[in-house]
Design a protein around this ligand. Structure first.
Ligand code: ADP
Length: 381
């Protein structure tokens, strides 16, 4: 069975298998059409080929090594511990949140903690119900099945998933038209771990079948500092504390970006300095990569610049804004905006996008009297 572009729809990973490059299975996650350029950004939260090569080695393998997301970790540990005590597969788990925050890592940890194998696939790789049926029918008891981008599973497969999740059964349809017959097939009790960046796109019947739902939020700089130090240890990078803090502060709340910036800074440290990553080295390196002290890159600054200079700070519609910076609206909306909103630079309001006073100041301009002070859309409701 193959997924789109002839790639396998799934890959098996033994429990706690080191260095499993999850991102290499099925088509890579994409924010949508026209995001190629944004996918190449050093501050993109999406994994590139280079990330996929090293991420396996950097992923924490157990729940205790997973930095941050304390609430989710605690809840999940209870779910897993309860299941272990009962000797049953844990409830299906839905993980939502922006890319690069640890959803795949968490799925691998669930399998490792349960001591079961992990099967990895992604929504776009499941185009037909048959693709899904052949994965489901070969699951072993207690196996964890991870579906990344679950909101992109094709409709007929999604309906098959309902029955599989609820009754551990699939109906295999033989033949076509009026003569078609559905043959029920029992499958082994398994745990589905679904990941999505767009929980709102999941149909309610699918969402309701998850017994445990967690939202992964952006990380605090201090947490990213811990992640960067841990990664530096694993990669053998000489990293000073002030260097770690500088990288963490520019990583947009996202571990994947933190790890990528660490690698770029290490290159700079080795080529242009003595190999040790200090604050000064990190600052000089990230200047070369156009990542400013808040973690904004050229595209983010272009969006803010257009908003402020061409549209007087807004409100302006996202498609108009996207045209002004020569990008797809989906890129501006899904790649730039989440962090600009979080950084308090941009507000999404019912009348359009608005630059906050902080955005004017970040661009070295004096905010007008009427500029919003933070990302609060209430002012425009
Ligand atoms: P997602 O599936 O949400 O896109 P991943 O699980 O692939 O994100 O995580 C991306 C990278 O970030 C991984 O290489 C992993 O090492 C790192 N990472 C994510 N979350 C954490 C965390 N809480 N602690 C340490 N590293 C993390």
């Amino acid at each position: 069975m193959t997924g789109r572009r002839g790639e396998p729809a799934t890959a098996g990973v033994g429990p706690g298998a080191p260095g499993s490059p999850a991102g290499q299975v099925g088509p890579p996650a994409q924010a949508g059409p026209g995001t190629q350029a944004s996918g190449d950004r050093v501050v993109s939260p999406l994994a590139d080929a280079d990330d996929r090569l090293v991420e396996g080695a950097l992923r924490p393998k157990r729940l205790d090594d997973f930095v941050g997301q304390a609430r989710v970790r605690e809840q999940l540990s209870l779910v897993l511990e309860g299941a272990l005590r009962r000797g049953r597969a844990p409830d299906h788990v839905l993980l939502s949140g922006p890319p690069g925050l640890g959803k795949t890592t968490m799925a691998m940890i669930i399998a490792a903690e349960m001591g079961t194998p992990l099967r990895i696939t992604s929504g776009p790789a499941i185009e037909r119900a048959g693709d899904l049926a052949s994965v489901l029918s070969t699951l072993s008891e207690g196996e964890v099945m991870f579906i990344d981008e679950i909101h992109r599973v094709a409709r007929p497969a999604e309906e098959m998933l309902y029955l599989a999740m609820e009754d551990f059964r699939v109906d295999v349809v033989i033949g076509k038209g009026p003569g078609a017959t559905a043959i029920p097939l029992d499958i082994a009790p398994f745990t589905l771990v679904g990941a999505t960046t767009r929980a709102g796109l999941l149909p309610a019947p699918l969402r309701d079948r998850f017994g445990f739902t967690a939202y992964l939020d952006f990380y605090e700089p201090a947490e990213l500092g811990v992640i960067v130090r841990r990664s530096a240890g694993l990669l053998g990078v000489a990293l000073r504390d002030d260097g770690a803090d500088e990288i963490a502060g520019r990583s947009r709340g996202t571990p994947r970006i933190a790890n990528r910036l660490l690698r770029r800074v290490r290159d700079f440290a080795e080529v242009r300095a003595d190999g040790v990553v200090t604050r000064d080295v990190a600052c000089s390196a990230l200047e070369v990569y156009d990542v400013d002290e808040l973690g904004l890159d050229r595209l983010d600054r272009a969006v803010l610049g257009a908003l402020v200079r061409s549209f007087g700070g807004g409100p302006v519609g996202v498609s108009t804004l996207a045209v002004a910076v020569g990008e797809e609206a989906s890129t501006v909306e899904e790649v730039c905006e989440p962090y600009l909103v979080r950084a308090g630079m941009l507000a999404r309001t019912p009348r359009g996008r608005v630059a906050t006073a902080a955005a004017w100041r970040h661009l070295g301009l004096r905010p007008p009297e009427r500029a919003v002070n933070d990302g609060s859309p209430m002012l425009f409701d």
